[in-house]
Design a protein around this ligand. Structure first.
Ligand SMILES: [Zn+2]
Ligand SMILES: [Zn+2]
Length: 248
């Protein structure tokens, strides 16, 4: 539905029912994006929230209240968002699967500078697996282990380290982004892909691409090397446009 530092949301549909992962867009904006993708909001059964940063969480409660659907977030995220008394909040914990509609959703702990950040691996009844991974500063053995055998991956390729170093950010923000609890560089994204690649991997999409500290051609180039494909075959998410569907 859109990805970047000004808002993130991903929709996953299974047999016409679906969930959103994050809603960093306001209600009007996300409803417009859903419409552009041909989704009726009444098809949604819930929203899974990765962490409290505004580009992921700011539209969640308003959307869920309007649709009367639950939202799923860790206790830490809920506390930061002041959701712990909210009737639509459902608490999720790392490594404990929650089933919604036809989807089993596994929350995965990631290193990021938030209270209790999670990312998700989703699986349907045909055992097709989608890994969604953004907002993490480094790869852990646990992450590399859990994201194995995915049929599709949506991974953060946030910045090019040289562009970040020479870019417009003040030194403190630069250090935050580059740090172990910040965001993945193009190279770290490529490393993750190389380490989980297998014959069943059908789609790889790169997201959360910085508009100031990255260049889309660099992302394509770096990831195409890891995937051993042509640069134009790497698909990149956009901030201001919804993406085409990927089918598993
Ligand atoms: Zn983010
Ligand atoms: Zn974040």
């Amino acid at each position: 539905m859109g990805s970047g530092s000004r808002g993130n949301a991903t929709i996953v549909l299974e047999n016409d029912r679906g969930v959103l992962i994050d809603c960093g867009f306001n209600r009007k904006n996300i409803l417009l994006r859903l419409q552009e993708s041909g989704v009726d909001p009444r098809q949604l059964d819930g929203v899974f929230v990765t962490h409290e940063h505004g580009d992921h969480a700011k539209g969640v409660a308003a959307l869920c209240e309007a649709l009367s659907i639950p939202f799923y977030a860790s206790f830490g995220t809920a506390r930061k968002m002041e959701w712990t008394e909210h009737p639509l909040w459902r608490c999720i914990s790392s490594d404990q699967v929650t089933s919604v509609g036809g989807l089993a959703v596994l929350p995965v702990v990631v290193p990021h500078d938030a209270e209790e950040p999670l990312q998700f691996v989703l699986e349907n009844s045909a055992e097709k697996r989608l890994g969604v991974l953004s907002d993490l500063g480094s790869l852990t053995p646990h992450i590399v282990n859990v994201y194995q055998r995915c049929h599709a991956l949506q991974v953060e390729a946030n910045h090019d380290p040289l562009m970040l170093q020479n870019g417009p950010y003040p030194p403190s923000l630069r250090a935050r982004v580059a740090g172990n609890f910040g965001h993945l560089s193009n190279q770290q994204c490529a490393e993750l892909i190389s380490r989980v690649q297998w014959d069943g991997l059908q789609h790889v999409t790169a997201g959360h691409i910085s508009e100031k500290n990255n260049d889309r051609a660099l992302v394509s180039q770096t990831l195409s090397q890891a995937l051993q494909c042509a640069p134009h075959e790497v698909s990149l998410l956009q901030q201001d446009q919804v993406s085409d569907w990927r089918q598993l």
